[in-house]
Write a protein that binds this ligand. Structure first.
Ligand SMILES: *Cc1c(COP(=O)(O)O)cnc(C)c1O
Length: 396
């Protein structure tokens, strides 16, 4: 892969007609080291956030050994890329064929489930295996997250006890997992979920070997400045320590976004300007799915020299012929930006690069390495730490 110092040098050297994805392995390494060193348990990477084999290798080299996979294609991909990785099949609804192949051919032993039917399916597809780790997915609230994951999966607390007891009968190792929703903006999301875990354990009166707090760890975006991740880790650690099974259970988490958001940015070209709408060459069917469908705002900067300082709010149209290929923003860019100019859109490593489709004949993008800093970072160490500013205030 070609390496450039930054997006501007890519534009100067190549003047690319197609979008360019910039990879920043150093940013993913830093995020992975942070979780490996500071999370008070094991960190699994949730592959769906960005399944790029280059990224998987970067995370492995930084110490991430466990991978949360959700489909047989992800199982095969991670196994082919990282022969020694531990794979955890954490989609609560799988096909019998996927379970059997994962178990027999790829050495998968960890499976999640949220129903009696899925439990029976796993037992059958693995031919009554005695070495299974089964994680029962509990439904928890998504009230503190930007993207809900509360409706689709998870057994209700009221029905959890019989399922935990049945899973205990066949599991070598039994876990409880949950997902508070993506981009959880306060650590309190996990406190609430852990209270539900406590209630489930008490109701079921079974031994629990794994507490898996899932994903949801935030990244930084315009208008979304979360507290430091250390606060999340501290709150989760205290909640786990106070569970009745703390002496015997392992703590796991499954970050997707937090490990890879900073890994990619995207260079796009403005093909047309109409008022404050810019027609760019990537969009809702490309890396900007969340910008279109949930109004997510990503940081932007104009890469064409000589444009005015300051900014105005712009909306984007993507390249396809679909009216829905529209990103409202507003994205702050120079007032005199025009067709032929380039824009870097940052923080697209999670659920950005992974979402690209070939709809309408668009979606090609070259990948190039960049060595500069991502447009924002949770890990650079120069973010204002709210806890420190609180201390300053109290000292005064
Ligand atoms: C999507 C997903 C994750 C990752 O979530 P993030 O919010 O990106 O951290 C983790 N676990 C499961 C089961 C998921 O579905």
């Amino acid at each position: 892969m070609h390496q450039y110092p930054d997006a501007l040098s890519v534009v100067r050297a190549l003047a690319p007609e197609e979008p360019v994805i910039l990879n920043r392995p150093h940013a993913a390494t830093r995020a992975a080291r942070f979780f490996v060193e500071k999370f008070p348990g094991k960190s699994l990477y949730a592959v769906k956030a960005n399944p790029s084999p280059d990224l998987l290798k970067v995370l492995w080299d930084a110490g991430v050994t466990h991978f949360d996979v959700a489909s047989i294609t992800e199982v095969r991909l991670v196994r082919a890329t990282l022969p020694e990785a531990v794979l955890c099949f954490m989609h609560p609804v799988k096909t019998p064929g996927a379970i059997a192949e994962a178990y027999r051919q790829h050495g998968v032993r960890v499976f999640s489930l949220d129903s009696q039917e899925e439990l029976e399916k796993i037992v059958e597809a693995t031919e009554n295996a005695s070495d299974l780790s089964l994680c029962v997915r509990l439904r928890v609230s998504s009230d503190y997250s930007e993207l809900s994951l509360a409706s689709k999966f998870g057994v209700d607390l009221a029905d959890a006890a019989p399922l935990l007891q049945a899973a205990r009968q066949v599991a070598d190792s039994l876990g409880i997992c949950f997902h508070v929703g993506s981009q959880a903006m306060t650590p309190f999301a996990y406190v609430q979920a852990m209270e539900r875990v406590r209630a489930a354990i008490v109701d079921a009166s079974v031994t629990i070997d794994i507490i898996d707090v899932g994903g949801g760890f935030p990244s930084v975006y315009p208008g979304m400045e979360p507290p430091p991740l250390e606060d999340y880790f501290g709150v989760i650690h205290r909640a786990a320590e106070s569970l009745p099974v703390s002496y015997s259970s392992e703590l796991w988490c499954e970050p997707g976004r937090a490990l890879c958001a900073e890994y990619n940015s995207l260079i796009v070209r403005v093909e047309k300007r109409r008022g404050n709408e810019l027609y760019i060459n990537d969009g809702a069917y490309g890396a900007l799915y969340d910008a279109a469908h949930v109004g997510w705002r990503f940081p932007v900067q104009c890469l064409t020299e000589g444009r005015s300082e300051g900014g105005e709010g712009f909306a984007f149209y993507g390249p396809t012929c679909d009216d829905a290929d529209y990103m409202e923003g507003p994205f702050q860019l120079p007032a005199d930006i025009k067709a032929g100019d380039y824009i870097e859109i940052g923080m697209l490593g999670a659920y950005g690069a992974a979402m690209k489709t070939a709809f309408n004949g668009f979606g090609q993008a070259q990948a190039i390495g960049a060595t500069d800093e991502p447009m924002a970072s949770l890990y650079r160490g120069d973010r204002a730490d709210p806890r420190q500013s609180d201390n300053v205030v109290s000292l005064r």
